[in-house]
Design a protein around this ligand. Structure first.
Ligand code: OAA
Ligand code: MG
Length: 641
């Protein structure tokens, strides 16, 4: 789709001639010959594509040196880029080569600019007559698109309009998303993406990622090669077994990797061509989907055990083989048993990150660091009660314990005793230890058995209540009122997604606590009025963390993820909360500054990677914050020559 094949590059188009190529000039001499000449160096190192760009610059210069005096054949493109599929984004230029022209250019989402093509570009690229006369700048296109999207009353229609735009004009999609991030995040992400996954079969139009099913077992490497890009830096992969709090959606979980990666680009500045969404399809146990005519996945029960492990193993090996050891693999929305196993299995051989265990933990810890100021109590001095002891619950609990242990210089086992978890069978206590899954065992403290959340709240008098159960409306009036009887400012986090699965609404949290709760939720709620006062709640969602976290790993060339990087990310995010936010009772800064926030997180994570000896990019950039920002993708249109 976006490959710079030699035939395209040197196709018989006037557009090829006389382009400045960073420090070079490319000139077409006849249809199949190009001369490469060196000009004054204008290479913009640390451009939007960061590490890859810098490497590309080196490659370009060395080839230019070789070819300086000679005329080279059409093989020049491959030579110049050192490979046959350099992408537009790897060019160190503010302008683009047209890899397609005319009608195909308008159908190529990575290069299409729609009405923004200038007269000159329309002339040079055979677009005359294919567009109406008006030439419209990107800002006006954004204005039109946001206006159009606001006309839709139904969130899923807004989602589909956004996906259509992504498939039509990628830069406009990202410009629109970045400029209207608070309004559009709930459209391309939770809660709407949940509904999109439920109906993914009906709304499926274009493949937006790779589907690797049991049918592909034995040829996963070949399947990866079918993807049009080679320079992949981030893969988000799901097997669809636990999509948000909506359960097993099988192959239709694809909406999640697609949405997460859109955020990697919009919020974290990873270039779109470096992102690969993957869904592993081993079947589904969702009976309704298996019977649904429009279901797009394998029609069989989930494969488990060896068959499952072998497919995942083949995938992980192929990923490393084709993209190298620095590609980040983010596991997303796997069911508990697989999530923990995959993370520990590949944690020592691959650069892997589990968003639900680690990303959610980091964002929640960040909120708790902020809450220290609002409640006047240190993280180590709070008592925590969780409803839900799965990946999110135990992941968060472990990171809090790590922070307590650092704050108080106590062993981790001691620190864990401040944290209690309730699952579907009641409070996790010592007498249940034998029958518990391994990830719950560290939380089985000495206590008599307690049934139900309300009884646990009454017995333990927690100062912080965290919902990670995936089950909606479980923080009942009784529970919140009880929290408010022994806490002046109870901290209440309803993390489950989408909105329908949230443990309580913002309105319930504020009303039942008589306006005293410090509340945040995984999916967004509108501000609410209570007794004449407006309450704005924060969004404790891993979207604050993973884009900047991933950027930090990439710019440092990290080869492994370490818990201390998660702590660094939490602190970096908490440092972005200002007095003005605290005054509103907010635990998180608003999303509107997310790119800056992500750059701060990236810089802290990268610094930690260097400190831990896990970074491979040498030398270490002097100013990591500036470097992170300079590496971020910009959706501004480029000029076409
Ligand atoms: O996707 C989200 O909004 C947060 C998340 O990882 C989940 O709920 O699984
Ligand atoms: Mg998730």
């Amino acid at each position: 789709m976006i490959s710079l094949h030699r035939a395209n590059f040197l196709s018989n188009k006037p557009s090829v001639s006389g382009r400045s190529f960073g420090s070079t000039q490319l000139q077409r001499r006849g249809p199949s010959v190009v001369r490469v000449a060196v000009g004054p160096s204008k290479g913009r190192s640390g451009d939007e594509n960061g590490i890859v760009l810098t490497e590309e610059i080196k490659e370009v210069s060395s080839v230019i040196d070789l070819n300086e005096k000679s005329t080279v054949s059409t093989g020049g493109v491959e030579d110049v880029y050192g490979e046959d599929t350099a992408t537009e984004d790897q060019l160190v230029t503010p302008w683009a080569l047209s890899v397609a022209s005319g009608y195909s250019l308008l159908r190529d989402p990575r290069h299409n600019k729609g009405l923004a093509f200038t007269e000159k570009e329309r002339d040079a690229h055979y677009l005359q007559g294919l567009l109406p006369p008006a030439v419209v700048p990107q800002q006006l296109q954004v204005k039109k698109m946001i206006h159009n999207i606001r006309q839709y009353q139904v969130p899923l229609q807004k989602y589909m309009a956004m996906m259509d735009l992504q498939e039509r004009n990628e830069r406009l999609f990202y410009r629109l998303l970045i400029d209207n991030v608070e309004e559009l995040l709930p459209v391309v992400y939770t809660p709407t993406v949940g509904e999109a996954c439920q109906k993914y079969g009906s709304i499926f139009r274009q493949p937006q990622g790779l589907f690797i099913s049991l049918k592909e077992k034995g040829k996963v490497l070949e399947v990866l090669k079918n993807w049009p890009e080679r320079h992949i830096q981030v893969i988000v992969v799901t097997d669809g077994e636990r999509i948000l709090g909506l359960g097993d959606l099988g192959c239709q979980g694809m909406g999640i990797p697609v949405g997460k990666l859109a955020l990697y680009t919009a919020l974290g500045g990873i270039r779109p061509s470096a992102c690969l969404p993957v869904t592993i399809d081993v079947g589904t146990n969702n009976e309704a989907l298996l019977k649904d005519d429009f279901y797009i996945g394998l029609r069989q029960k989930r494969a488990t055990g060896q068959e499952y492990a072998e497919l995942m193993d083949e995938f992980m090996a192929a990923v490393k083989q084709i993209y190298g050891e620095k590609v980040l693999v983010q596991f997303e929305d796997f069911a508990n048993h697989n999530a923990f196993d995959l993370l520990s299995k590949y944690g020592s051989t691959h650069l892997v990150f589990n968003d639900d265990i680690q990303g959610t933990a980091s964002v929640v810890l960040s909120g708790l660091l902020s809450a220290q100021k609002l409640v006047g109590k240190k993280v180590a001095d709070q008592t925590y009660l969780f409803l839900g002891a799965g990946e999110a619950g135990t992941g968060i609990a472990e990171l809090i314990a790590l922070e307590i242990s650092k704050q108080t210089n106590t062993p981790l086992e001691e620190a864990r005793k401040k944290i209690w978890l309730v699952d579907s069978k009641g409070l996790i206590v010592n007498s249940r230890k034998e029958s518990l899954q391994h990830f719950k065992k560290p939380w089985a403290h000495e206590h008599e058995p307690v049934n139900g959340l309300l009884n646990a709240v009454k017995a333990l008098k927690p100062t912080v209540l965290i919902g990670s159960s995936g089950v909606g409306r479980t923080f009942t009036k009784d529970v919140i009122e009880a929290m408010a009887t022994f806490n002046e400012r109870p901290v209440i986090l309803s993390l489950s997604n989408p909105t329908s699965q949230s443990e309580c609404t913002a309105e319930e949290a504020y009303t039942w606590s008589k306006g005293r709760a410090i509340f945040a939720s995984g999916s967004p709620f509108d501000p609410i009025e209570y007794e004449g006062k407006t309450f704005t709640s924060g969004q404790a969602n891993n979207a604050y963390i993973f884009p900047g976290f991933g950027l930090g790993l990439i710019i440092s060339g990290a080869i492994r993820v370490h818990d201390d990087m998660l702590l660094a990310a939490s602190e970096a995010l908490a440092a972005q909360v200002t007095e003005e936010h605290f005054a509103k009772g907010l635990l998180y800064p608003p999303f509107k500054n997310i790119r800056k926030i992500s750059a701060h997180i990236a810089a802290s994570v990268a610094a930690k990677a260097y400190e831990l000896g896990l970074a491979t990019r040498m030398p270490q950039p002097e100013n990591l914050m500036k470097y992170a920002e300079s590496c971020m993708y910009s959706p501004a249109y480029r000029s076409y020559r």
